[in-house]
Design a protein around this ligand. Structure first.
Ligand code: GN1
Ligand code: MG
Length: 366
């Protein structure tokens, strides 16, 4: 989209200052993000996002979730006497007519968030020190939202981290083979099916009333934590999927991304492994904040969560590849297959290290 068109969209919002530029930002797979720079140093910068409304079908509910979550956290931080509250939680900018997003003539949905200055994130390659901070941040995030008042948050994507539904969609994709891409890839279908039963354990435990759901972030990728110039955590971002879920999902999705020594779409299998130092540091940080409210069954399944989220991501990328790349943004024709293969190797590495992962969690939980 042309910069002038983007500036016109920004003009629909109630923001301070004069817009200098609107430039692409970040590496999300779903929404389009832009940085909105204002002319003066005394006015804030912003992030403009086009919400993918094919994926987030109820944008009103999505934006309302985010407003509730951010208002709640902001109030908590203020009560706790935190000084730089504005850098510690996202803030939505309303439209000029007081709405939480703008729908343009083509039906696209746009929102604006305040940009958090002097912040950065990592797509991988973090240190145990950073992982410890990130673990605390996501633990705090769950803790702060434990007493969110009002109705339950809307599931912005129904059954988002439900592996049974993900498997059902995957099996359909295999059956339909819409894009004709299954040839030579059956071995991975078999590998997924071999593990399917054990991977559904969390759903079974939930049905039996043993494993609870709590408000989760549901996209705890390492690049969704913002650090300041001293590498202290400022806040967690990307709140589109904050909704009820199993804490093992949030724990697991961080490990899938933050403790992976390779990229999510790594082509060289030798680079992919689970960094147990990072695993340990994150576990310590997370449990420091969350131990007090977690049930033994939740702690006992954290290491399983790392496998589950890596498995689920393998299934999701593979299904999208077979469907012909309808969901994730891709950067090359085989991108979803590369992601699938890389995630599967990471899963195998986790399986090889599973006993040690469980030992680390048990130790940190003492
Ligand atoms: C998507 O947009 P992004 O990169 O934050 C996806 C996550 C996946 C992730 C895989 C709404 O997140 O669930 O784990 O890609 N978000 C949605 O990298 O599907
Ligand atoms: Mg994201």
């Amino acid at each position: 989209m042309q910069e002038q068109q983007l500036k016109d969209i920004v003009g629909q919002f109630d923001i301070q200052g004069t817009v200098a530029s609107v430039k692409p930002l970040g590496a999300g797979h779903i929404n389009d993000s832009y940085k909105v720079a204002t002319l003066s140093d005394t006015t804030p910068d912003y992030v403009l996002q086009r919400i993918n409304h094919y994926i987030f079908k109820n944008v009103d509910a999505l934006q309302d979730n985010i407003r509730r979550v951010t208002d709640h956290i902001r109030a908590k931080l203020a009560t706790a006497g935190v000084r730089d509250v504005e850098n510690r939680v996202l803030r939505l900018a309303p439209t000029r007519d007081g709405k939480l997003y703008h729908r343009d003539a083509d039906g696209n949905c746009w929102r604006i968030l305040y940009f958090i200055p002097d912040s950065h994130s990592y797509d991988g390659g973090i240190t145990p020190g950073l992982a410890l901070h990130a673990g605390r941040a996501f633990g705090d995030f769950q803790a702060m939202l434990a007493d969110l008042p009002g109705a339950p948050l809307v599931e912005t994507i129904p059954d988002f981290h439900n592996v049974e539904s993900r498997l059902a969609a995957f099996r359909q994709a295999v059956k339909d083979n819409k894009a004709g891409r299954l040839s030579g890839k059956r071995y991975l279908v078999d590998a997924i099916e071999e593990r399917a039963d054990e991977m559904c354990e969390a759903e079974r435990l939930h049905r039996e009333g043993v494993l609870p759901k709590r408000i989760n972030h549901c996209d705890t990728k390492v690049n969704n934590v913002l650090f300041d110039t001293n590498n202290q955590v400022l806040c967690v971002v990307d709140l589109d999927t904050v909704m009820p879920g199993y804490v093992l999902s949030d724990f697991g999705d961080f490990m899938r991304t933050g403790a992976n020594t390779g990229r999510e779409d790594e082509l060289d299998p030798a680079r992919i492994s689970i960094d147990l130092k990072i695993f340990e540091a994150y576990t310590k940080g997370y449990l420091e904040k969350a131990r007090s409210f977690l049930l033994p069954v939740e702690i006992d399944h954290l290491a399983f969560g790392a496998e589950l989220m890596t498995y689920m991501q393998t299934v999701r990328f593979f299904a999208d590849y077979l469907d012909g790349d309808l969901y994730y943004k891709i950067h090359s024709p085989d991108h979803n297959w590369q992601r699938t293969a890389a995630q599967f190797i990471l899963l195998v590495r986790m399986e090889e290290n599973f006993d040690e992962m469980r030992r680390i969690v048990a130790e940190a939980a003492k």
